[in-house]
Ligand binder design. Sequence first.
Ligand SMILES: Cc1ncc(COP(=O)(O)O)c(C=O)c1O
Length: 363
Amino acid sequence: MSDRPVPRRGISEIRGHMVATAKAASTEGIFIASNESAYGPGNPAREAIITSAGGVERYPEDGTARLATAIGARFSINPAKICCGFGSDDLLARLARAYLAPGDELIHTLHGYPKIPNYAYANDANPVAANDKDFTADVDAILERVTDRTRIIMLANPDNPAGTYLSGAGVRRLHANLDGRVLLVLDSAYAEYVDAADYEDPTKLIESSNNVVMTRTFSKVFGLAGLRVGWVYGPEEIIDTLARIGITFPISVTALAACEAALTDRAHFDMVVRENHRIREMFSRELSKLGITAIPSQTNFVLSQFEDSQRATAAHAALEAEGISTRRLTGGDFSTCVRFTMGTETEMTRCVLALQRWRETCD
Ligand SMILES: Cc1ncc(COP(=O)(O)O)c(C=O)c1O
């Protein structure tokens, strides 16, 4: 017997999934640590946010239904199969809460999105890490880890922090070898940035099966991370389950207005995708010139690998000293890595110059 309230067992296993950045970016600083959009939302969304102030005394009673309709129209999918939430994080957590009982297993990849094990711990379930190859999900290694206790396989595709992806054929092969009781969760937070020809939007797979869902977000390409909006597309039974356990009215009046406007702003969307691609290529090339490996990325960030962990730590600190916040990672093979979110061209050029200065002093 304890003399104080005790949370459930798994909660003490939950770890921060990111190393905190040393300081918030100052106004002149460059914050390229959290994979947000360098461009923010377009003007229509900004105007919608301001206009929404006129209605904030009301609960957004039809917020999730209206947003699902707008998402359905934008991506040509069925709104009845969409559930909206407080960031895709909320929906990933709800999926775990709904489908994991204590002792159940959730499979993730060793160098995949580091938050995933925490979704298992929060429900007293067990995260099971499958090895990956060169930071890329390995279908056979995942299938080898499936047991009678497996309830969820959760993959970010493309993945964070490596920016790597699993091909459509790989995802389909994984799914084809799963029992129908195992839920395949494809966290597609960065899907809009992908240009690899063999990547497949999982919509068709979702529509032809009972056990696949994808989560998406307004935090990345739409530039609305601060408003916390995400959505999940999946079979209606799963959507109904998730809706039952959500908070009341998760989509705020302001978030709804901004997302509706952002969804129809194709010019801004196209500009962000185009610029991200161009700057990611430029930055990766510059890293290579400096002898730093840039892992090929399908996202709005690049994971870089230094010769050893001391150099990675030193480069990160040198950038921080110049007001450039990047992300160090812990665990697995990440000790030699620094992750750079793609900022604007001006920001990434400053970052390259700072790395060049660091290189000159360190070798
Ligand atoms: C792979 C991945 N999934 C999910 C999220 C959570 O995003 P959201 O802002 O929609 O909660 C992130 C955020 O960085 C992410 O990188």
